[in-house]
Structures are given as C-alpha cells and as structure tokens.
Design a protein around this ligand. Structure first.
Ligand SMILES: Cc1ncc(COP(=O)(O)O)c(C=O)c1O
Ligand SMILES: [Zn+2]
Length: 397
C-alpha cells in the first residue's frame, strides 16, 4: 500500500504500514532467459513456472500440485445456453483443493528461511494442505480451525501429525490465537496474505489457464471468493505474463462469487466501496467462503472492477443444487465453493451479463469428497436395517 520494499532473504510478514507484501521479480531479466517454449520440457506440475516462483530449486517441497485438468463442460453449457464453458478442476490437487499450491510454495520458502514451526488459522482446506506439506518438509504445524470444520479436514490434519486446536468461533477468531502463539512461541504465521508466498503458489492457476488455452486468456473467470487470494493471485499472474510477453493487455472479467450467508465483498462491490465491512454471523456450508473480513478485500475489489467483472452471492440451497446437477451432467463432484460458481454462472447468463459465445472458466477449488456432511443433507442414508430389506446390502446370515 505504501510501496516500501524489503529484501527477499528475510522472514517477513506484514509491511510496517500494515499492508500485505507482494513478491516482485526482475521480469525483464527473466524474460531474457526464459521463453514459454521451454515449458515443453518442464515438470508437469506448478513448478514448471519455477523462474517466477520464490524458492530455490533445492528448497522445493512438492507433492505434485498443479497442472490440474481444464475440462470442457458441454452438457452444462448447453443447458445454460453457453457455448464455451470450462472447469478448472482443482479438486485433483494433493489434499483435494487448490490450497495445495499456496502452501507448497509457503512451506518451501519457510524451509529455505530456516523456519521450524508454522501456524495457520483455516476454514479447513488450507489447514489440510499446511499439515501435508509441513509433514513432507519435517516442519511442525500448529492448526486452528472452527469447531464445525468439515470432518475430512480435521482427520487429515490429525493424520498428517499436526497440532490441531478446534476453536469455538470463526476463522477470524482462529487468526487471533495464531497471532498470539506466533508472538509467544515464535511460530511462522502463514495466515492469508500475512506472508507473501501463498499468493505466489496460487498464481500458477493463472499461468496454467493461459498455457492450457495456448496463451489466449478466457473472457470470464468465476472464482469462489473467501479471502480472495486466488483471484488476487491470478490477476498478478496476468500482469507478470504480460511483462514476459506471453499474453497481451486483454483480461478476463473477474467474477467474485460469495454466498448469501457471508458476502462482504459483494456488499462492498455493490456500494462502490474500496474495503469490505465485517460480515456478522457468517454462515454457509461452503466452509472456505466463511471469511467475514478478507484482509485483501481492496485488492479483490480492484481486480474485479478493473476487469469489468462483477461480484454476486448465491444461497446454500442454490449451490448444493448446482453441485449435484454438475456431478450428473459432467462427472465432476465439486466442492460447495466451486458449485457456488456454477449457480452464479446460471444467474449471470440469465441476466445477460455474459454472452453465449464467451469463453468462461469456472474454478472448482476443491473436491466434493471433502464435504460429505454438506452433501449428505441431500442424500440421507436409509438405516442399514431398511437397506437390508430392500436387498441393497448383502450380509452374512
Ligand atoms: C475449496 C475452497 N474454495 C475457495 C476458498 C476461498 O479461497 P480464497 O482465499 O482464495 O478466496 C477456500 C478457502 O478456504 C476453499 O477451501
Ligand atoms: Zn507498506
């Protein structure tokens, strides 16, 4: 916010002005040495973009994150009257969400900087990803999540050997506990935007969509916005790619999707404000979107406005319907956050905000399998006795 610069070889959190730090590269120097044709021989994961990622090669901790499939959603498109709809399926990442990208990068940098203990407040998926990469790096992980976090996230973190604290509150309450612990025990706090490296990992979602479309950016991108880091990160990636000469000045309309039970960014967008206000009593089955006051709200709002995009919210009922419909039409079982984008797509097509010929990409940020509690509300299971009578279960007698 104040444009102050810091050297990259030191542990840093926020700027002294309170703003987040962004990583800057000497893109002119990189451009002279690295051409996109070299990607042919690069690894088939997000580290194919290593020259624009912070860690040195020796520091990289990887579980194979990135280079997720970009799938044509023809049946979905045909039903909604759109001819060119695609789904970037981030559910195929390690630990089942795009959070793997950010935390692979942050843990790699923590390793490079000699960090031994990391801590995170999380709605769930970031915790699972930190737990996995910390385990892979041999670093201690301290995790704070809301008590009602999806079961999958809790079990994953425990299985990966993290120290888990369940908090009677929201992610904002968890963040306060992490900040206190960081002070007291010297934990490296990897809260959203409180360190500069998660965003660097997440930006590879932007590089990949460009590469997978042969360097033509789509017309619109739907992104489920909690902290909004993925959206900010892709926006940064487009600027970097332009500086590298890989794409032109055209940009997709960035569409921030939230939920009715927690929509601080949508509210600020509609009111023409540059910052959001704390959303009271945030509640939704899309756990990753339950962020009452995103730290990077001003960056999200900037990108959405500069791109000619928009911000809108859908209800939990709409997103569960959309998720199940998507599964049936396309064979993709999306996280509720990704499903929210399908519901939002339907609204924006109906409203004429998007045209049938436009190339549209939906980010499904996670796997539906991680949200069995949410989807189970639509598929209550008969008790085994009843199933038995229906012949659905073969049991020894
Ligand atoms: C599946 C999923 N989608 C989206 C989000 C929101 O991410 P961002 O901080 O990039 O807005 C989260 C965050 O927890 C998530 O787990
Ligand atoms: Zn500053």
């Amino acid at each position: 916010m104040c444009k102050q610069e810091y050297p990259a070889d030191q542990i840093r959190h926020l700027c002294t002005c309170g703003g987040p730090l962004l990583v800057r590269y000497d893109l002119a120097a990189i451009r002279a040495l690295w051409d996109r044709s070299q990607l042919r021989d690069a690894p088939n994961n997000m580290w194919r973009y290593a020259p624009v990622l912070p860690p040195a090669k020796e520091s990289v901790v990887t579980l194979g994150e990135g280079m997720t499939p970009l799938l044509a959603a023809r049946r979905l498109g045909a039903r909604l009257g759109a001819k060119d709809v695609w789904i970037k399926d981030e559910g195929l990442n390690p630990t089942g969400s795009f959070k793997a990208r950010g935390l692979a990068c942050a843990v790699s940098m923590a390793k490079e900087l000699g960090v031994r203990k990391m801590a995170i407040p999380s709605a769930g998926n970031a915790a699972s990803a930190l737990a996995a990469y910390a385990a892979a790096a041999g670093i201690e992980a301290h995790i704070f999540m809301p008590q009602d976090v999806p079961q999958a996230n809790y079990i994953e973190c425990k299985a990966f050997g993290a120290q888990v604290t369940l908090v009677d509150g929201l992610i904002s309450d968890c963040a306060k506990l992490v900040a206190a612990g960081a002070e007291k025990y010297g934990w490296y706090d990897v809260s959203t935007l409180k360190e500069p490296y998660r965003i660097e990992g997440k930006k590879t979602m932007g590089y990949e969509v460009a590469e997978q479309f042969n360097w033509r950016l789509p017309d619109a991108i739907f992104y489920p916005t909690g902290g909004g880091v993925g959206l900010i990160a892709m926006w940064k990636a487009f600027d970097e790619m332009q500086a590298l000469g890989w794409v032109g000045s055209e940009r997709p309309k960035m569409i921030a999707v939230q939920v009715e039970g927690c929509q601080p960014v949508v509210r600020a967008f509609e009111r023409g404000e540059t910052r959001s206000q704390f959303w009271e009593n945030a509640s939704t089955v899309a756990a990753g979107l339950r962020v009452p006051k995103p730290l990077g709200d001003f960056l999200v709002l900037d990108a959405v406005r500069a791109s000619g995009g928009t911000a809108l919210a859908v209800s939990d009922d709409e997103l569960l319907d959309a998720g199940i419909q998507l599964a049936r039409e396309e064979g993709i079982f999306a996280a509720p956050e990704g499903a929210a984008c399908i519901a939002a797509l339907e609204k924006l097509l109906a409203a004429g905000f998007l045209k049938p010929e436009e190339r549209i990409v939906i980010y499904n940020t996670g796997a539906g399998l991680k949200y069995l509690e949410a989807y189970a509300t639509r598929f209550p299971r008969p008790r085994s006795g009843e199933q038995d009578k229906l012949g659905g279960l073969i049991t020894p007698r």
